[in-house]
Design a protein around this ligand. Structure first.
Ligand SMILES: Cc1cc2nc3c(=O)[nH]c(=O)nc-3n(C[C@H](O)[C@H](O)[C@H](O)COP(=O)(O)OP(=O)(O)OC[C@H]3O[C@@H](n4cnc5c(N)ncnc54)[C@H](O)[C@@H]3O)c2cc1C
Length: 386
């Protein structure tokens, strides 16, 4: 087992650190939270640095990098803010990977180069008002009428909603019930009959576009079908890469909180001593470091195992579940170390705590991940309906 990063990965991380200082990412993170404005201007900079779509196929403009490299980059940027990491997340571990792996040559040619240049982004559209964890009961439907495919339905909580250029919509094909009837199609922004709901207001992740999507008799050209019914398994397998990205966001947020708490504990005095000299503060700092490292090992194992392909479902679920819980604990401990200042908007920790809360819901809840892991431990599927 080799736990070291490669020379190229170390150079990438150094360039991201330099960029963070040059572009004042710490201040930018606070601004995004205050204004709720997504930092669109970063997209061109990231495209110039080759960060967008670096894990996508080289023949379509990507760089064929491993998922681990993408995870390392997402973690480094999420240390400032998940919003600052979002374009790297979406273009490397998001639904564009489904197109890269399972799309037709024409779909890849049409979409991937634009993603790598920062002109396009793709949102994943699974959740519906009545189907979240119970995804296989989704009711959005694609019907074929006289050789035309028509989409009807509603999606909820779609990250990038209203902003993304393309939407990978999970849909039922015809009347077939259960997972066997589910596939995915691309719907482009501006397609007649496709509209957006109002933007969500979340507790954290301020600046992240998110809304409901409505499809009323949207005509979907046949060439926009990415996954046909019967291949639902491929959709979910690819989604495990996104789960590694979700976990990388948690590693980044937790590291940001840890660094803030460490610096504060060395500076802040009480009883004429820096508070890092009190054993309870030391124990908290040691626990934070231990939890972050344990999560890192699980997440890196899953991403490393994926190589340039797919991670193990078990390893990705475990890494995500552990990192999702870890980030809540670590940001909470950081807030305690900062005392009253931890609760104040003057310091970044209260934002990091708010931003930590979403990841154990988005991309599959902690409970659903545990059901997946338990199924693999016992070697059987636990049907939640029976
Ligand atoms: C910040 C954010 C970003 C998101 N981005 C996207 C996106 O881009 N695209 C997208 O499609 N969706 C997105 N989602 C939606 C997300 O995937 C769903 O919220 C999630 O899958 C849970 O679905 P739900 O909200 O309907 O909760 P429900 O499924 O209704 O679950 C409610 C609670 O019941 C629990 N529960 C349900 N079934 C079981 C069971 N069998 N056993 C034990 N517990 C159970 C759940 O774990 C949860 O705690 C996002 C959500 C958030 C918060």
């Amino acid at each position: 087992m080799d736990f070291s990063v490669s020379k190229e990965q170390a150079m990438l991380l150094q360039s991201l650190q330099d960029m963070g200082k040059r572009e004042k990412f710490k201040e930018l993170a606070a601004d995004i939270d205050r204004t709720g404005e997504f930092p669109h201007f970063l997209i061109n900079k990231y495209a110039d640095m080759g960060l967008l779509g670096m894990s996508l196929s080289p023949e379509y403009g990507g760089m064929g990098e491993s998922s681990l490299t993408a995870v390392l980059a997402i973690e480094a940027l999420a240390g400032y803010s998940p919003m600052i990491a979002a374009p790297v997340f979406e273009s490397n571990v998001g639904p564009v990977r489904v197109i890269d792996m399972f799309g037709t040559g024409e779909q890849k040619q049409r979409i991937i180069p634009g993603v790598c240049k920062g002109e396009y982004s793709v949102s994943v559209c699974m959740t519906e008002p009545e189907a979240g964890s119970d995804l296989t009961s989704l009711s959005t439907t694609l019907t074929e009428k006289n050789g035309r495919y028509v989409l009807n339905g509603q999606k909820a909580f779609i990250t990038g909603g209203g902003i993304a250029s393309h939407y990978l919509v999970y849909t039922r094909f015809g009347e077939q019930k259960g997972y066997k009837g589910i596939g995915a199609v691309i719907v482009e922004k501006g397609a007649p009959g496709f509209r957006f709901g109002k933007q969500e207001e979340f507790m954290g992740l301020r600046g992240m576009p998110s809304c409901d999507l409505f499809f009323d008799d949207v005509v979907v050209p046949e060439e926009n079908i990415v996954i046909r019914k019967g291949d639902f398994g491929n959709l979910m397998l690819t989604f495990d890469i996104e789960r590694c990205g979700n976990a990388a966001m948690c590693l980044g947020i937790a590291s940001g909180a840890f660094e803030t708490a460490k610096a504060y504990a060395a500076e802040r005095k009480a009883f004429d001593r820096p508070i890092c000299e009190f054993q309870d503060v030391q124990f908290k700092i040691a626990d934070m470091a231990m939890k972050i490292d344990a999560a890192r090992l699980l997440v890196y194992r899953a991403a490393n195992g994926a190589g340039k392909g797919l991670p193990s479902i078990y390893e990705a679920s475990m890494g995500k579940c552990f990192a999702n819980e870890m980030v809540k604990e670590v940001t909470d401990m950081a807030m305690q170390i900062l005392g009253g200042y931890g609760y104040s908007k003057e310091f970044p920790v209260e934002r990091m705590l708010r931003d930590s809360r979403a990841w154990g819901v988005a991309g599959g809840t902690l409970q659903m991940l545990r059901i997946t892991m338990a199924g693999m431990v016992f070697g059987r599927r636990f049907d939640q309906r029976k």
